[in-house]
Design a protein around this ligand. Sequence first.
Ligand code: HEM
Length: 372
Amino acid sequence: MINPNMVPILDPNPLPAPYWVFKLLLVVTFFLHILAMNFVLGGAVMALAARWRSKSNPYNNRVFLDVAKKVPSLLAATITIGIAPLLFVQVLYGQYFYTSSIILAWPWFLVLVFLIAAYYGFYFVSYKGERRPDVAGRVMLLSVILVLIIGFIYSNNLMLSQVPSRWAAKYFAGTAGWNLNLSEPTLIPRYLHFMTTAVAVGGIMLVLIALAKWKQDSEYARYIFQFGGKAFMYSTMAQFVIGIWFLASLPRDLRMLFSGDNMLATVLLTFGVIGAIGSIFLMSEALRKENIRLAAYVVSGITALVILSMSVMRDILRDAYLKPYFHPQQFAVKTQWSVFPLFLVLFIGGVVLWFVMLKRYGLFTTTKATDQ
Ligand code: HEM
């Protein structure tokens, strides 16, 4: 008889730096990864929406091309920065993450296949979108569907990694590795919460493109500003329904973390809710007064902070789920002082380089006005 709560034993190798360093790096790199992912998915969704509305306004074709050209580099950024939390999550939560990855083996493996296919699709649209707009629209749709499936597999795996008590039943129900975690009540709201944020960030991406074009190409910039600003507002409004659904789906003791049981989680949730309401209000003001700076600097700044606070909340929630099993004080630590400072310098340099590259490769510049 196999113990249904069986968790693989802790890796006896000592951590090469204090626990809190890995924890901090995990949360920070996850935040950067999810931000990049939001630009990819949100940008691609905005491009698709523009393609669908292409008959209603000639600018829509230009929006489609402008955004589609940026998506491949953003996907590269998502993957590169995804490696970092992948390493840190294995260091801290390897016992849980490896097990859930085995239970979900085939869907998990398919992430690579879907990712490569989506990548090809995005490149096709970026290079051929101008000459073959109809095919490009369909290829973009296919790539977006693949990215949505990848996100769904991630949510399945990470959610399953937090509930060791369900592993045995799931594994023995089908040992072929085709299990998804579909019976998990928090799965759908959790997943929708991530995907809807991506649409809001896609809206922000259009606002940032509008900022870059505000003076030289003002009519187009104003059009794209309204387009992106409204997408941001409506998707952020939808988060109130999805967020409440997510909270309600949590087991009661975990839900209570956000209503006073854990002070940091409660403060972060309060900040997130106020930040979201404030950003909807400020975006509507910015749209009404055509104040691009308010939208591009203040609203995107608040949104980034809200996503950061949600990333911390997600981590608090994971530790609460794993409380019966996960005891960080059990980690042996042997800090490798000879390489640790070098790692930190390279890490910070890498993040800076990443932003420089995004700028260099034209994240917020657009095609020429003649492209419309
Ligand atoms: C476009 C493709 C991708 C999408 C849409 C995506 C989406 C997501 C989502 C939604 C989550 C959160 C899941 C949850 O907690 O419910 C997540 C987490 C994560 N992703 Fe990605 N991801 C993508 C590609 C990648 C790649 C290529 C890597 C690694 C190379 C990666 C590494 C990670 C890691 C390690 C986490 C979990 C971090 C943690 O638990 O703290 N992702 N991703």
